[in-house]
Ligand binder design. Structure first.
Ligand SMILES: CC(C)(COP(=O)(O)OP(=O)(O)OC[C@H]1O[C@@H](n2cnc3c(N)ncnc32)[C@H](O)[C@@H]1OP(=O)(O)O)[C@@H](O)C(=O)NCCC(=O)NCCS
Length: 194
């Protein structure tokens, strides 16, 4: 896969998105396994060394655009867009190859509710559509993770799937999940109004 050169760090109004480093990931580990963070994650408690290795490996992975989010120099979040294939018939030019992005974000609890995840996710949608040229971006969450799907709705993403008891939660058992999506043209149309 050929990937355009992506310039890092990237600034948003209040934040800086930087490529992960061992030092910044150590800072992230201070809050990453906090129960308020892990409650609605699929990868709940992470082993620090494996977490660090995976995020450092993303730097050389052309399909994984992962960043540590800094506020005034402090690592307060992690976020990523992973590029993957869309659905499609395995014939001809295979235009579905590498056209979808999967969006993810996780923030330190002390910084919740200030619009920071929305600010970062917006910057990653700009990256996904304007620089990576993706067709669609999707993101999933537990239906009970209101803060997460509120972020997606504020960005203009559409709830495309409500999976009834399709998601396993370690404490709650089988509960509902949502998938949200947005197309490049929808994001562009929305951007003009900003
Ligand atoms: C989900 C998460 C990224 C949101 O980050 P954030 O910076 O607080 O998000 P924002 O402030 O941009 O937006 C959150 C929205 O949800 C709302 N919200 C938060 N908790 C809520 C709740 N329990 N009920 C209703 N609304 C809630 C906020 O009021 C805000 O909406 P508003 O701007 O309309 O008021 C953050 O809480 C987090 O990292 N959680 C732990 C990890 C996680 O769940 N990651 C996502 C996995 S899918």
């Amino acid at each position: 896969m050929t990937t355009p050169d992506i310039a890092w760090p990237r600034r948003t109004e209040r934040l800086e998105l930087r490529l992960p480093t061992a030092e910044s990931l150590d800072e992230v580990m201070v809050w990453r396994n906090d129960p308020d963070v892990t409650r609605w994650l699929i990868r709940t408690v992470v082993e620090p060394e494996a977490f660090r290795s995976a995020w450092l490996a993303s730097v050389a992975d052309p399909t994984d655009h992962a960043a540590v989010v800094h506020l005034d120099g402090t690592a307060i979040g992690i976020a990523s867009v992973e590029v993957r294939d869309g659905l499609g018939q395995r014939e001809g030019d295979e235009p579905w190859h590498g056209v979808e992005g999967s969006l993810g974000y996780t923030f330190a609890p002390a910084y919740a509710g200030k619009g920071l995840a929305t600010e970062v996710a917006s910057a990653l949608l700009d990256l996904a559509f304007d620089e990576l040229g993706l067709l669609r971006v999707t993101a999933g969450c537990f239906a009970a993770n209101t803060a997460s799907w509120r972020v997606m709705e504020k960005l203009g993403m559409r709830r495309e799937q409500h999976g009834v008891r399709d998601s396993w939660h370690a404490e709650l058992g089988w509960i509902d999940g949502y998938t949200y999506g947005i197309l490049a043209e929808e994001w562009a149309a929305r951007s003009f109004g900003r």
